[in-house]
Write a protein that binds this ligand. Structure first.
Ligand SMILES: Cc1cc2nc3c(=O)[nH]c(=O)nc-3n(C[C@H](O)[C@H](O)[C@H](O)COP(=O)(O)O)c2cc1C
Length: 215
């Protein structure tokens, strides 16, 4: 698969089958991920790959914390969002809404689904060394972009799951991750349930003239 094909065809998967991923496939995925560039080649990332029964065990702990703390998916903006972003959020809801209705899930599905990694057989937890400022999360962003595209080539579906970073104390405790590290993002990985309407959602993108400036 050409990178351009992966870029054009990948989308977030929100219903996984319970088919496990062969260990060699996961190793190939992580080896391609770690080919990503980073500033001064410091590779400030560490990836913890959670597999098998450990995924639902972690999911249960996160779901319990959600019941207590109630932190939901959101844009994490520190100032009121300009109208253009609110419109993009509405556009996503316009394509997700009917699929959620068809799949018979409630409005809380994105929160509860995220916290259980949508039933994926594996989750990659990406952490940044505590020695670095938050800006270096950019390097992990490159690596995770690599991961999404490499996964597509390996016929694996993915969903980036950022909500769980609001519960990072629980993740770090469960996975024995050094408290000084920061969980930047997690990615659910597995095989898509192609029968689910939720996996047929194709999120729109803003027209180029809204996001690209030419000089
Ligand atoms: C940093 C980041 C965090 C995300 N967090 C979540 C999440 O917590 N739950 C979820 O269902 N999707 C999450 N997503 C997936 C986005 O909703 C999705 O990428 C976006 O709507 C575009 O759709 P696509 O991935 O299908 O192209 C996240 C994506 C990114 C890049």
């Amino acid at each position: 698969m050409q990178p351009s094909q992966a870029m054009e065809t990948r989308s977030s998967c929100r219903v996984f089958t319970d088919q496990p991923i062969p260990q060699e496939t996961l190793e190939r995925l992580m080896s391609l991920t770690c080919r990503a560039p980073s500033a001064i080649n410091l590779q400030p990332w560490q990836f913890t790959v959670v597999r098998g029964e450990e995924v639902p065990r972690l999911g249960k702990k996160l779901t319990r914390a959600y019941a207590e703390r109630g932190i939901s998916c959101g844009p994490d903006n520190t100032k009121p969002l300009p109208e253009i972003y609110l419109e993009r959020q509405k556009e996503l809801n316009r394509v997700m809404g009917p699929a959620m209705e068809q799949a018979g899930v409630d409005r809380n599905f994105i929160n509860t689904g995220s916290l259980s990694f949508y039933g994926a057989p594996a989750v990659v937890v990406a952490t940044l060394d505590g020695a670095f400022p938050p800006e270096r999360a950019l390097d992990l962003g490159f690596a995770l972009g690599w991961l999404l595209l490499a996964a597509a080539e390996l016929s694996l579906a993915t969903c980036p799951v950022g909500l769980v970073c609001s519960y990072q104390d629980i993740i770090k405790d469960f996975l024995n991750i050094n408290p000084s590290r920061r969980v930047v993002l997690t990615v659910a990985v597995g095989y898509a349930d192609d029968g689910s309407p939720l996996n047929r959602v194709r999120s729109p993108r803003a027209p180029l003239d809204q996001v690209v400036r030419w000089y």
